[in-house]
Design a protein around this ligand. Structure first.
Ligand code: THU
Length: 133
């Protein structure tokens, strides 16, 4: 199993822990930082539906709370309910934040059960940056 397959495997495992009684759409994410550490997260929903937390942001939050300060290099995203589980717009902006200029790889599973990669600069062009003049 190569590194990308391993990350997808971790994303699959953590998707089983999702708390998603409202959408019944579990998602798991596995995040690799330049430090070499891998963190995982699942989606967590709430009866106040807009407060739901995505798997990607949960995984990144876990990394930051652990003291991670290196760049976000790869993130695998998986849901048993769909193939090609693209990160939502908010999660793309979060990935961009912790990429710190690196073109982070996003690893997804296609219809054939094979992994493939997208890159944050391609799926979030012209992203917001807090540049003050
Ligand atoms: N979800 C994620 O976990 N990641 C995404 O990038 C998109 C959506 C979750 C949020 C919600 O719990 C469920 O999927 C259905 O939208």
């Amino acid at each position: 199993m190569n590194l990308n397959e391993q990350l997808l495997d971790e994303a699959k495992k953590v998707s089983k822990k999702a708390y998603c009684p409202y959408s019944k759409f579990p998602v798991g994410a596995a995040v690799l930082f330049e430090s070499g550490k891998i963190y995982t997260g699942c989606n967590i929903e709430n009866s106040s539906l807009g407060l739901s937390l995505c798997a990607e942001r949960n995984g990144i939050s876990t990394a930051i709370a652990d003291g991670e300060t290196s760049r976000l290099i790869k993130i695998a995203v998986y849901s048993p309910k769909t193939k090609n589980c693209f990160p939502c717009g908010a999660c793309r902006q979060w990935i961009q934040e912790f990429a710190k200029g690196y073109n982070t790889e996003i690893i997804l599973e296609n219809e054939d059960g094979k992994y493939y990669s997208l890159y944050i600069n391609d799926i979030l062009p012209y992203s917001f940056e807090l540049n003050m003049i």
